[in-house]
Design a protein around this ligand. Structure first.
Ligand SMILES: N[C@@H](CCC[C@H](N)C(=O)O)C(=O)O
Length: 277
């Protein structure tokens, strides 16, 4: 069957977006992996599926697959592309769009300046919710990996993240510590690994080794997790510009248990395509 898709990106974190409101497809993990292949497929970090909601209070359902074929709970850059997609395709004319995700809901607001603001929900910090194996909740945990001891913060933004504070992000060991920590036994569902350099209480630099995708040019949930970790460690204020290899995301978090993390940034369409599935 010939399926229409749109290639999109949020600061270089790239997506194949498929409308399953007006089309149907059958997917397997292997099919997603083949589509994600940058030489023999479409090529993407994540596949985003736009579906009708199962909950009548929501506008859409949002499903996300990593390049390795695994289904995941949340994707910040994807959420902004999702909002741009449903408006461009005239699937809605709303400026504020409520979407069901695997772990709850996200509220997407298309602003007059074309930036998209996403209410990412409150972070989860208890080890069981992340999931992360630890005796109790802490702002910083010690972890043994690759014959060294590292300090991480562990945060769930719907999906699991570890955040390390480094002196120089450009020379951080992302290629070695990233995969080793992604599959660390204390993260039973694996994790996304962020390497954050603090520039000031309002500015950080960040690189993220994503679970199931490798290092990406930007990670929205990773940027949120980094700001939460920085606040918990007393290093950041409540409004922070996160400089990623692909550009800047603005993240704010008031710091309370119930407070949502807010993320603002761009979303862009690159091309339209069709593929046999
Ligand atoms: N690129 C994303 C996160 C995608 C999912 C992640 N790799 C995971 O496995 O949890 C973002 O912008 O948040």
């Amino acid at each position: 069957m010939l399926v229409r898709f749109t290639k999109m990106h949020g600061l270089g974190n790239d997506f194949m977006v498929v409308d399953l409101v007006t089309q149907r497809i059958r997917l397997s993990e292997d099919k997603v992996r083949r589509l994600a292949d940058r030489h023999m497929g479409v090529g993407f970090d994540q596949l985003l599926l736009v579906e009708p909601p199962t909950n009548p209070e929501m506008d859409f359902r949002y499903r996300i697959y990593n390049a390795d074929g695994s289904e995941v709970e949340h994707c910040g850059n994807g959420a902004r592309c999702f909002a741009r997609f449903v408006r461009d395709k005239r699937l809605t004319n709303k400026d504020v769009i409520a979407v069901e995700t695997a772990k709850g809901k996200a509220l997407l607001t298309i602003r007059a300046d074309n930036q998209i603001e996403v209410d990412m929900g409150a972070p989860a910090l208890s080890p069981a919710a992340i999931p992360f194996i630890a005796d109790g909740q802490a702002a910083v945990y010690s972890l043994d990996v690759n014959n060294q001891r590292v300090q991480i913060s562990a945060v769930s933004m719907g999906n699991p993240h570890a955040v390390l504070v480094v002196d120089d992000v450009d020379h951080a060991p992302v290629e070695t510590l990233g995969p080793a920590l992604e599959s660390h036994p204390r993260f039973p569902a694996k994790a996304n690994i962020g390497f954050m350099q603090i520039i000031s209480p309002t500015q950080v630099k960040l690189r993220v080794y994503e679970r199931g995708a490798g290092e990406t040019m930007a990670c929205g949930t990773g940027a949120c997790a980094a700001v939460v970790a920085g606040r918990l460690r007393g290093l950041l204020g409540d409004s922070v510009d996160v400089h990623l290899p692909g550009g800047v995301l603005h993240i704010s978090w008031k710091g309370g248990k119930e407070d949502s993390v807010m993320m603002t940034g761009p979303a862009a369409s690159v091309f339209e395509g069709q593929v046999f599935l």
